[in-house]
Design a protein around this ligand. Structure first.
Ligand code: N01
Length: 548
């Protein structure tokens, strides 16, 4: 059996230190937060549970892992020299290249001395008397910090399905989000992949090329759009760099964090042929993107009828590509609007089901009942495997935050405060938890956007808030209960006006048994959201109490 999570190393000597800020996580958010706070003159301790920096791009190193936002948009914008000097090689770079980029950033800005790796923050308790957070780790660190910044990511608490028997499995097993650094050789093996969303869609075609047999266990089919990935043309890269400031500004003001001309018409307002031609053009366009597909008409995520047009277009493509009509039918999604669950980008995904060594099991019809010593049992039969790959996702958004025992005023636990679902002000702060900030927290656009745009906006907003507090001699900043109530209701109202809540998705917490069914990200778009955050700051941090 293979368990790949880097566990705690030897327990170090207990230490109690005072720093200005603790940042939890050394992914894209944690690194920039560290750099920002260092720039303000703060002492900062970053803790990272993994053995290296990179967050998502450290942990998700399964074959085929690559970003689905274009590289030129999925790059930090905070430093003009960095953005000019880094050369991307592909439209959608692979994990290795993204990790190289992040490591370059860590070295370039001399961030590593402030980061403790392989160290998981286990608890953070607000000491009201001192007005400071007391933070503890699984390696015995004890640190007191004025600010606690959770840069733990939205998709970092991976989860396995509730199927019994894994501990008795005689083969190897892997989770896509805890992939061994040394890689895995599937050559000649009988392999199972459970899960057919973004991670499964990326890993399946590559495992199929190596394995003797690949069996894909699918519960819900997804919409998979062709990535049309390709090497970046150096002239195109130069041309974007020449107008980078303008490109970044447009991204920040957009809906998804990637600028795209605003659609003026709904999908049903144009003739069928025109609409079909548009979808076709995007499907085959080498420079297409999820945004270009979803932004062609202004109501695709608002109107079921409009959404049906694009959903049917994709189902037709699946039927065209997949040779066995029964398999094609199983792969066609009918149960959710396109975009209401995270759509996937794929390379040779549907084509892979035409390979003689690949088969599909519909676990909606024949549910998984048990992992056996030899393999997997469904309600129909037992399958034998040498290796099982879980592409089964995450306890998203709240999972990484609630994995730390966070206690605010009066010892109130965040887990209890969020028992009915997350409650935040602006997705950045929680009433009763002073000086705690959540980067891309629930209630902010985060996962519905280009994460880089959302991360930078939050880091800069938090940095500015801390700078303002220091300038005014304030020791604590805390969201008011009224502001939190208002924001939590507002996020829900905006979500209810869309098709998002109609799907069972990790956005809704549906993938985790017992998790409250609440739409967690804020779907009003990054441009509008940024404006709101800026207005709050300009009004002297409206909705927050600042105390000396
Ligand atoms: O996880 P998921 P993911 N029995 O939760 C299935 C980002 N990401 O790692 O849909 C059988 O989306 C589950 O089935 P169902 C991106 O934001 C980005 O793929 O719940 N099946 C589903 O098929 C993405 O949305 C990139 O019915 C079970 C799958 O496992 C997010 O990460 C790449 C099961 C889980 O899908 C998460 O993606 C990768 C069970 N008991 C990830 N439990 C890119 O940038 C779960 N499943 C390209």
């Amino acid at each position: 059996m293979t368990q790949t999570s880097p566990g705690p190393q030897q327990v170090d000597e207990a230490s109690t230190r005072e720093v200005d800020a603790v940042v939890v996580g050394a992914g894209l958010s944690g690194l920039y937060m560290l750099h920002k706070l260092r720039g303000l003159g703060l002492s900062v301790q970053v803790y990272e549970r993994d053995a290296g920096v990179g967050g998502t791009w450290f942990a998700n190193r399964y074959p085929g892992a690559r970003v689905d936002v274009k590289s030129m948009d999925y790059a930090y914008s905070f430093d003009a020299e960095l953005e000019q000097e880094w050369e991307w090689t592909e439209k959608y770079p692979a994990q290795e290249e993204l990790l190289r980029y992040i490591e370059h950033v860590a070295d370039r800005f001399d961030l590593r001395p402030h980061i403790r790796l392989r160290t998981r923050v286990t608890e953070a308790v607000f000491d009201e008397g001192a007005g400071r957070w007391r933070v503890g780790t699984d390696r015995g660190d004890r640190v007191s910090a004025q600010y606690l910044i959770m840069a733990t990511g939205c998709l970092s608490a991976s989860r396995l399905p509730e199927v019994p028997g894994l501990e008795g499995f005689r083969g190897d097993w892997y989770h896509t989000a805890q992939w061994p650094e040394e890689g895995v050789d599937f050559t000649g093996k009988r392999v199972a992949v459970i899960g057919t969303a973004s991670s499964g869609v990326q890993v399946i075609p590559l495992i199929a090329e190596r394995a003797a047999q690949l069996t894909v266990f699918q519960r819900t089919p997804n919409f998979v759009i062709p990535a049309n990935n390709h090497p970046l043309d150096p002239d195109d890269q130069r041309s974007v760099k020449a107008r980078y400031a303008e490109v970044r500004k447009a991204n920040r003001e957009s809906g998804f964090g990637v600028a795209f001309p605003e659609a003026t018409k709904g999908a049903m307002e144009v003739p069928d042929q025109e609409r079909h031609d548009y979808y076709r053009k995007v499907w085959y366009d080498k420079d297409n993107s999820l945004v270009s597909l979803l932004s062609g008409y202004n109501d695709l995520i608002l109107s079921k009828d409009s959404n049906d047009t694009i959903a049917q277009f994709v189902r037709d493509r699946i039927a065209e590509v997949v040779e066995d009509p029964e398999v094609a039918e199983q792969l066609q999604p009918w149960d959710h609007p396109l975009g209401a669950k995270r759509p996937c980008l794929g390379t040779n995904y549907y084509e892979t089901f035409n390979r003689p060594n690949v088969s599909l099991v519909n676990v909606r019809k024949t549910p998984l009942t048990e992992i056996t010593p030899a393999g997997i049992r469904t309600s129909e039969k037992e399958f034998a495997f040498d290796a099982v790959v879980f592409a089964t996702g995450f306890d998203a958004m709240t999972g990484p935050l609630l994995a730390v025992d966070i206690r605010g005023r009066d010892g109130a636990r965040l887990t209890e405060r969020w028992a009915e679902g997350p409650r935040t002000y602006l997705g950045l702060a929680v009433a009763g938890f002073p000086n705690l900030f959540t980067i891309t927290g629930p209630g902010s656009p985060s996962v519905l956007s280009n994460m880089m745009v959302s991360i930078e906006q939050h880091v800069e907003w938090v940095g500015d808030a801390i700078a303002a507090m220091r300038a005014q001699g304030k020791r604590t900043i805390e969201a008011t209960a009224d502001a939190e109530d208002f924001w939590t209701r507002h996020v829900d109202e905006v979500a209810q006006a869309t098709l998002y809540p109609t799907a069972d998705s990790w956005y809704m917490g549906s993938n985790v048994p017992g998790k409250p069914q609440v739409f967690m990200p804020y779907p009003a778009g990054v441009g509008l959201y940024r404006q709101t955050c800026d207005e709050v700051a300009a009004a002297g941090y409206n909705g927050f109490e600042l105390a000396e």
